[in-house]
Design a protein around this ligand. Structure first.
Ligand code: GTQ
Length: 352
Protein backbone atom coordinates (compact mmCIF):
# COMPACT_ATOMS: atom_id res chain seq x y z
CA UNK A 1 0.00 0.00 0.00
CA UNK A 2 1.21 3.52 -0.77
CA UNK A 3 1.45 5.74 2.32
CA UNK A 4 1.63 9.52 1.90
CA UNK A 5 4.80 11.07 3.29
CA UNK A 6 4.44 13.79 5.89
CA UNK A 7 5.96 17.23 5.41
CA UNK A 8 9.48 18.02 6.62
CA UNK A 9 10.54 14.44 5.99
CA UNK A 10 12.80 15.42 3.19
CA UNK A 11 10.29 14.67 0.49
CA UNK A 12 9.66 18.26 -0.63
CA UNK A 13 11.90 17.72 -3.64
CA UNK A 14 9.68 14.82 -4.71
CA UNK A 15 6.61 16.97 -4.28
CA UNK A 16 8.12 19.80 -6.33
CA UNK A 17 9.02 17.30 -9.03
CA UNK A 18 5.41 16.12 -8.94
CA UNK A 19 4.11 19.72 -9.24
CA UNK A 20 6.39 20.30 -12.22
CA UNK A 21 5.18 17.06 -13.76
CA UNK A 22 1.47 17.85 -13.39
CA UNK A 23 2.00 21.42 -14.59
CA UNK A 24 2.65 19.89 -18.01
CA UNK A 25 -0.90 18.51 -17.82
CA UNK A 26 -2.27 21.96 -16.84
CA UNK A 27 -2.92 20.76 -13.31
CA UNK A 28 -1.90 22.24 -9.97
CA UNK A 29 -2.09 21.23 -6.29
CA UNK A 30 -4.89 22.99 -4.44
CA UNK A 31 -3.23 22.30 -1.07
CA UNK A 32 -0.40 24.68 -1.97
CA UNK A 33 -2.84 27.44 -2.88
CA UNK A 34 -6.00 27.04 -0.82
CA UNK A 35 -5.11 29.59 1.87
CA UNK A 36 -4.62 32.35 -0.70
CA UNK A 37 -7.75 31.42 -2.65
CA UNK A 38 -10.29 31.12 0.15
CA UNK A 39 -9.30 33.69 2.75
CA UNK A 40 -10.93 34.04 6.17
CA UNK A 41 -11.41 37.78 5.50
CA UNK A 42 -11.05 40.07 2.48
CA UNK A 43 -7.43 40.73 1.51
CA UNK A 44 -7.83 43.71 -0.79
CA UNK A 45 -5.16 44.78 -3.21
CA UNK A 46 -7.02 48.10 -3.32
CA UNK A 47 -5.32 50.62 -1.04
CA UNK A 48 -6.89 53.44 0.90
CA UNK A 49 -5.93 56.60 -0.96
CA UNK A 50 -7.06 60.12 -1.77
CA UNK A 51 -6.62 62.63 -4.59
CA UNK A 52 -6.82 66.38 -4.05
CA UNK A 53 -8.89 67.92 -6.84
CA UNK A 54 -6.67 70.91 -7.72
CA UNK A 55 -3.65 68.94 -9.04
CA UNK A 56 -5.94 66.37 -10.73
CA UNK A 57 -7.80 69.19 -12.47
CA UNK A 58 -4.55 70.92 -13.50
CA UNK A 59 -3.29 67.74 -15.16
CA UNK A 60 -6.61 67.18 -16.92
CA UNK A 61 -6.62 70.75 -18.29
CA UNK A 62 -3.06 70.18 -19.48
CA UNK A 63 -4.28 67.09 -21.34
CA UNK A 64 -6.79 69.46 -22.93
CA UNK A 65 -3.90 71.39 -24.52
CA UNK A 66 -2.29 68.20 -25.85
CA UNK A 67 -5.14 66.43 -27.62
CA UNK A 68 -8.74 66.97 -28.71
CA UNK A 69 -11.69 64.84 -27.67
CA UNK A 70 -11.84 63.62 -31.29
CA UNK A 71 -8.26 62.35 -31.04
CA UNK A 72 -8.78 60.84 -27.61
CA UNK A 73 -12.36 59.58 -28.23
CA UNK A 74 -12.83 60.16 -24.49
CA UNK A 75 -10.41 62.63 -22.89
CA UNK A 76 -10.09 60.94 -19.53
CA UNK A 77 -7.37 60.73 -16.93
CA UNK A 78 -7.67 57.40 -15.21
CA UNK A 79 -7.67 57.67 -11.43
CA UNK A 80 -5.55 54.70 -10.55
CA UNK A 81 -5.35 53.01 -7.18
CA UNK A 82 -1.73 52.81 -5.94
CA UNK A 83 -2.32 49.14 -5.06
CA UNK A 84 -3.36 48.39 -8.66
CA UNK A 85 -0.83 50.31 -10.74
CA UNK A 86 -1.15 49.87 -14.49
CA UNK A 87 -4.56 48.23 -14.21
CA UNK A 88 -6.90 51.22 -14.78
CA UNK A 89 -8.73 50.51 -11.54
CA UNK A 90 -9.75 52.85 -8.74
CA UNK A 91 -10.85 49.75 -6.82
CA UNK A 92 -10.38 46.14 -7.83
CA UNK A 93 -13.78 46.03 -9.53
CA UNK A 94 -14.36 49.61 -10.66
CA UNK A 95 -12.92 52.18 -13.01
CA UNK A 96 -12.69 55.83 -12.03
CA UNK A 97 -11.62 58.63 -14.34
CA UNK A 98 -11.97 62.37 -14.78
CA UNK A 99 -13.30 63.37 -18.18
CA UNK A 100 -12.81 66.83 -19.70
CA UNK A 101 -15.03 68.29 -22.40
CA UNK A 102 -13.92 71.74 -23.57
CA UNK A 103 -16.31 74.37 -24.95
CA UNK A 104 -17.82 73.27 -28.26
CA UNK A 105 -16.47 69.71 -28.03
CA UNK A 106 -18.52 66.59 -28.61
CA UNK A 107 -17.71 63.01 -27.67
CA UNK A 108 -19.06 60.70 -30.39
CA UNK A 109 -21.78 58.13 -29.81
CA UNK A 110 -20.85 54.60 -28.87
CA UNK A 111 -22.13 51.80 -26.68
CA UNK A 112 -20.58 49.04 -24.64
CA UNK A 113 -21.56 46.28 -22.28
CA UNK A 114 -19.84 48.15 -19.46
CA UNK A 115 -22.23 50.40 -17.56
CA UNK A 116 -21.17 53.89 -16.51
CA UNK A 117 -22.06 56.65 -14.15
CA UNK A 118 -21.13 60.31 -14.42
CA UNK A 119 -20.78 62.53 -11.37
CA UNK A 120 -20.45 66.16 -12.42
CA UNK A 121 -17.48 67.91 -10.80
CA UNK A 122 -17.68 71.33 -12.50
CA UNK A 123 -19.37 73.15 -15.38
CA UNK A 124 -23.11 73.25 -16.03
CA UNK A 125 -23.04 73.42 -19.82
CA UNK A 126 -22.59 69.85 -21.05
CA UNK A 127 -25.27 67.36 -21.97
CA UNK A 128 -25.16 63.63 -22.13
CA UNK A 129 -27.50 61.78 -24.48
CA UNK A 130 -28.48 58.20 -23.67
CA UNK A 131 -30.48 56.13 -26.18
CA UNK A 132 -32.06 59.24 -27.70
CA UNK A 133 -32.67 61.35 -24.60
CA UNK A 134 -30.57 64.33 -23.66
CA UNK A 135 -30.03 65.77 -20.22
CA UNK A 136 -28.05 68.88 -19.32
CA UNK A 137 -25.73 67.94 -16.52
CA UNK A 138 -25.11 70.28 -13.61
CA UNK A 139 -22.50 70.15 -10.87
CA UNK A 140 -23.33 67.38 -8.39
CA UNK A 141 -25.77 65.57 -10.69
CA UNK A 142 -25.44 61.79 -10.81
CA UNK A 143 -26.13 60.51 -14.32
CA UNK A 144 -26.46 56.88 -15.41
CA UNK A 145 -25.33 55.36 -18.70
CA UNK A 146 -26.54 51.78 -18.45
CA UNK A 147 -25.00 48.80 -20.19
CA UNK A 148 -25.38 48.76 -23.99
CA UNK A 149 -27.01 52.18 -24.29
CA UNK A 150 -25.87 54.56 -27.04
CA UNK A 151 -24.28 57.62 -25.48
CA UNK A 152 -22.63 60.82 -26.60
CA UNK A 153 -21.71 64.00 -24.76
CA UNK A 154 -21.46 67.64 -25.83
CA UNK A 155 -20.36 70.91 -24.28
CA UNK A 156 -22.60 73.73 -25.54
CA UNK A 157 -21.26 76.50 -23.25
CA UNK A 158 -18.22 78.66 -22.62
CA UNK A 159 -16.69 76.76 -19.70
CA UNK A 160 -14.83 73.50 -19.58
CA UNK A 161 -16.85 70.69 -18.06
CA UNK A 162 -15.31 67.98 -15.89
CA UNK A 163 -17.00 64.89 -14.57
CA UNK A 164 -16.06 61.70 -12.79
CA UNK A 165 -16.67 58.53 -14.81
CA UNK A 166 -17.35 55.34 -12.88
CA UNK A 167 -17.51 52.17 -14.99
CA UNK A 168 -17.94 48.48 -14.26
CA UNK A 169 -15.75 47.24 -17.17
CA UNK A 170 -13.54 45.25 -14.82
CA UNK A 171 -16.55 43.19 -13.78
CA UNK A 172 -17.54 42.75 -17.43
CA UNK A 173 -13.96 41.72 -18.19
CA UNK A 174 -13.89 39.28 -15.27
CA UNK A 175 -16.70 37.49 -17.09
CA UNK A 176 -14.95 38.07 -20.44
CA UNK A 177 -18.23 39.47 -21.76
CA UNK A 178 -17.17 42.81 -23.26
CA UNK A 179 -18.59 44.16 -26.50
CA UNK A 180 -18.46 47.73 -27.79
CA UNK A 181 -19.35 49.49 -31.02
CA UNK A 182 -19.40 52.96 -32.52
CA UNK A 183 -22.57 54.50 -33.85
CA UNK A 184 -22.12 55.22 -37.58
CA UNK A 185 -22.91 58.93 -36.97
CA UNK A 186 -21.35 61.16 -34.29
CA UNK A 187 -24.74 61.43 -32.56
CA UNK A 188 -27.47 58.86 -32.03
CA UNK A 189 -30.81 60.42 -33.12
CA UNK A 190 -32.84 62.20 -30.44
CA UNK A 191 -36.01 60.19 -29.86
CA UNK A 192 -37.54 61.95 -26.84
CA UNK A 193 -37.78 65.44 -25.35
CA UNK A 194 -34.87 66.56 -23.19
CA UNK A 195 -35.20 65.32 -19.59
CA UNK A 196 -38.10 63.03 -20.55
CA UNK A 197 -37.12 60.38 -18.01
CA UNK A 198 -36.80 62.99 -15.28
CA UNK A 199 -40.38 64.12 -15.89
CA UNK A 200 -41.64 60.54 -15.67
CA UNK A 201 -39.49 59.04 -12.93
CA UNK A 202 -37.80 61.91 -11.07
CA UNK A 203 -40.48 62.67 -8.49
CA UNK A 204 -41.59 59.49 -6.70
CA UNK A 205 -44.20 59.00 -9.43
CA UNK A 206 -44.42 56.25 -12.05
CA UNK A 207 -46.16 56.46 -15.39
CA UNK A 208 -49.44 54.49 -15.49
CA UNK A 209 -48.93 51.08 -17.08
CA UNK A 210 -45.18 51.31 -16.61
CA UNK A 211 -43.35 48.08 -17.37
CA UNK A 212 -39.94 47.02 -16.18
CA UNK A 213 -37.99 46.28 -19.34
CA UNK A 214 -34.44 46.57 -18.03
CA UNK A 215 -32.49 45.91 -14.83
CA UNK A 216 -31.33 49.54 -15.06
CA UNK A 217 -33.05 52.62 -13.71
CA UNK A 218 -35.20 54.41 -16.29
CA UNK A 219 -34.09 57.72 -14.71
CA UNK A 220 -31.15 59.24 -16.51
CA UNK A 221 -30.28 62.12 -14.20
CA UNK A 222 -30.49 62.17 -10.42
CA UNK A 223 -30.27 65.92 -9.70
CA UNK A 224 -28.03 67.26 -7.00
CA UNK A 225 -30.57 69.91 -5.93
CA UNK A 226 -33.20 67.28 -5.25
CA UNK A 227 -30.83 65.09 -3.21
CA UNK A 228 -29.45 68.10 -1.37
CA UNK A 229 -32.93 69.37 -0.43
CA UNK A 230 -33.80 65.90 0.87
CA UNK A 231 -30.63 65.81 2.97
CA UNK A 232 -31.35 69.28 4.36
CA UNK A 233 -34.83 68.22 5.44
CA UNK A 234 -33.57 64.95 6.92
CA UNK A 235 -30.90 66.82 8.86
CA UNK A 236 -33.61 68.31 11.06
CA UNK A 237 -33.76 64.86 12.69
CA UNK A 238 -31.16 63.01 14.74
CA UNK A 239 -28.27 61.62 12.64
CA UNK A 240 -27.54 57.92 12.27
CA UNK A 241 -24.36 57.31 14.33
CA UNK A 242 -22.71 55.35 11.51
CA UNK A 243 -23.71 57.37 8.45
CA UNK A 244 -24.93 60.80 9.53
CA UNK A 245 -27.77 61.39 7.06
CA UNK A 246 -27.38 59.03 4.12
CA UNK A 247 -29.59 58.47 1.09
CA UNK A 248 -29.10 55.78 -1.52
CA UNK A 249 -29.87 56.46 -5.17
CA UNK A 250 -32.47 53.94 -6.33
CA UNK A 251 -34.18 52.68 -9.44
CA UNK A 252 -37.67 54.17 -8.95
CA UNK A 253 -39.30 51.09 -10.48
CA UNK A 254 -37.77 48.62 -8.04
CA UNK A 255 -36.27 50.48 -5.09
CA UNK A 256 -33.06 48.64 -5.98
CA UNK A 257 -29.79 50.16 -7.15
CA UNK A 258 -29.74 52.37 -10.27
CA UNK A 259 -27.66 49.84 -12.19
CA UNK A 260 -27.23 46.11 -11.50
CA UNK A 261 -23.51 46.48 -10.86
CA UNK A 262 -23.03 49.91 -9.28
CA UNK A 263 -24.61 51.50 -6.21
CA UNK A 264 -24.43 55.17 -5.31
CA UNK A 265 -25.29 57.23 -2.25
CA UNK A 266 -25.05 60.72 -0.85
CA UNK A 267 -24.62 61.63 2.79
CA UNK A 268 -24.62 64.74 4.91
CA UNK A 269 -22.37 64.98 7.95
CA UNK A 270 -23.42 67.70 10.39
CA UNK A 271 -20.85 70.24 11.57
CA UNK A 272 -18.29 68.55 13.83
CA UNK A 273 -19.89 65.10 13.36
CA UNK A 274 -17.76 61.94 13.72
CA UNK A 275 -19.18 58.74 12.27
CA UNK A 276 -18.90 55.45 14.17
CA UNK A 277 -16.57 52.86 12.67
CA UNK A 278 -18.08 51.03 9.70
CA UNK A 279 -16.89 48.26 7.42
CA UNK A 280 -18.45 46.80 4.31
CA UNK A 281 -17.26 44.48 1.56
CA UNK A 282 -17.81 47.07 -1.16
CA UNK A 283 -14.67 49.14 -1.69
CA UNK A 284 -16.08 52.65 -1.99
CA UNK A 285 -15.14 55.79 -3.90
CA UNK A 286 -16.09 59.04 -2.15
CA UNK A 287 -16.31 62.57 -3.57
CA UNK A 288 -16.69 65.57 -1.26
CA UNK A 289 -19.26 67.97 -2.72
CA UNK A 290 -19.48 70.43 0.18
CA UNK A 291 -17.55 71.23 3.35
CA UNK A 292 -14.31 69.70 4.52
CA UNK A 293 -13.12 67.11 6.96
CA UNK A 294 -11.03 63.99 7.21
CA UNK A 295 -11.58 60.27 6.96
CA UNK A 296 -9.72 57.50 8.74
CA UNK A 297 -9.53 54.30 6.71
CA UNK A 298 -7.60 51.77 8.79
CA UNK A 299 -4.16 53.35 9.34
CA UNK A 300 -4.63 55.81 6.48
CA UNK A 301 -6.03 59.27 6.97
CA UNK A 302 -7.09 61.72 4.27
CA UNK A 303 -8.02 65.37 4.77
CA UNK A 304 -10.65 66.26 2.18
CA UNK A 305 -12.32 69.40 0.89
CA UNK A 306 -14.73 70.09 -1.98
CA UNK A 307 -14.25 67.86 -5.04
CA UNK A 308 -11.50 65.74 -3.50
CA UNK A 309 -11.81 62.02 -4.20
CA UNK A 310 -10.84 59.15 -1.91
CA UNK A 311 -11.16 55.39 -1.73
CA UNK A 312 -11.88 52.97 1.12
CA UNK A 313 -10.96 49.31 0.40
CA UNK A 314 -13.23 46.40 1.17
CA UNK A 315 -13.63 45.70 4.90
CA UNK A 316 -11.37 48.56 5.99
CA UNK A 317 -12.72 50.35 9.08
CA UNK A 318 -13.95 53.79 8.00
CA UNK A 319 -14.62 56.86 10.15
CA UNK A 320 -15.50 60.30 8.78
CA UNK A 321 -14.90 63.51 10.75
CA UNK A 322 -16.65 66.61 9.39
CA UNK A 323 -15.37 70.12 9.98
CA UNK A 324 -18.25 72.31 8.82
CA UNK A 325 -21.42 70.61 7.57
CA UNK A 326 -20.21 68.41 4.73
CA UNK A 327 -21.62 66.27 1.94
CA UNK A 328 -20.08 63.13 0.43
CA UNK A 329 -21.19 61.37 -2.75
CA UNK A 330 -20.09 57.74 -3.05
CA UNK A 331 -20.25 54.80 -5.44
CA UNK A 332 -19.28 51.16 -5.17
CA UNK A 333 -19.91 47.64 -6.46
CA UNK A 334 -22.40 46.95 -3.64
CA UNK A 335 -25.20 46.40 -6.18
CA UNK A 336 -23.26 43.58 -7.86
CA UNK A 337 -22.37 41.99 -4.54
CA UNK A 338 -25.98 42.17 -3.33
CA UNK A 339 -27.19 40.52 -6.53
CA UNK A 340 -24.67 37.73 -5.94
CA UNK A 341 -25.69 37.44 -2.30
CA UNK A 342 -22.19 38.12 -0.94
CA UNK A 343 -22.33 41.71 0.40
CA UNK A 344 -21.59 42.19 4.09
CA UNK A 345 -21.37 45.13 6.44
CA UNK A 346 -20.33 45.57 10.04
CA UNK A 347 -21.25 48.49 12.23
CA UNK A 348 -19.42 49.44 15.37
CA UNK A 349 -20.93 47.16 18.04
CA UNK A 350 -22.34 50.05 20.08
CA UNK A 351 -24.38 51.15 17.09
CA UNK A 352 -25.50 47.86 15.59
O1 GTQ B 1 -17.86 57.68 -21.67
O2 GTQ B 1 -18.00 55.80 -22.67
O3 GTQ B 1 -14.01 57.18 -18.62
O4 GTQ B 1 -16.15 54.06 -22.50
C1 GTQ B 1 -13.90 55.23 -19.91
C2 GTQ B 1 -14.47 54.44 -20.89
C3 GTQ B 1 -15.64 56.85 -20.25
C4 GTQ B 1 -17.44 56.54 -21.90
C5 GTQ B 1 -14.52 56.42 -19.60
C6 GTQ B 1 -15.60 54.85 -21.54
C7 GTQ B 1 -16.20 56.07 -21.22
Amino acid sequence: MLTPTKSNDGNSAARQAFYDEIATQNLAPLWERLKGLVTPEPRPKTQAFGWKYAPLRASLLKAGTLLTTDEAERRVLIIENPGLVGQSRITNSLFGGLQLLMPGEKAASHRHVAGALRFIMEGDCAYTAVDGERTMMRTGDFVTTPSWTWHDHGNVGEDSVIWLDGLDMHMVNLFEASFQEHYPEPEFPLLRADNDSESRYGGALLPEGDKITSPNSPLLNYRYDRARDALAAMAKNAPDPTHGFKLRYVNPQTGGPPMPTISAAIQLLPKGFATAEYRSTDATIFVCTEGEGRTQIGDFEFAWARKDIFVAPSWAPVRHFAGPESVLFSYSDRAAQEHLGIWREKRDRQNS
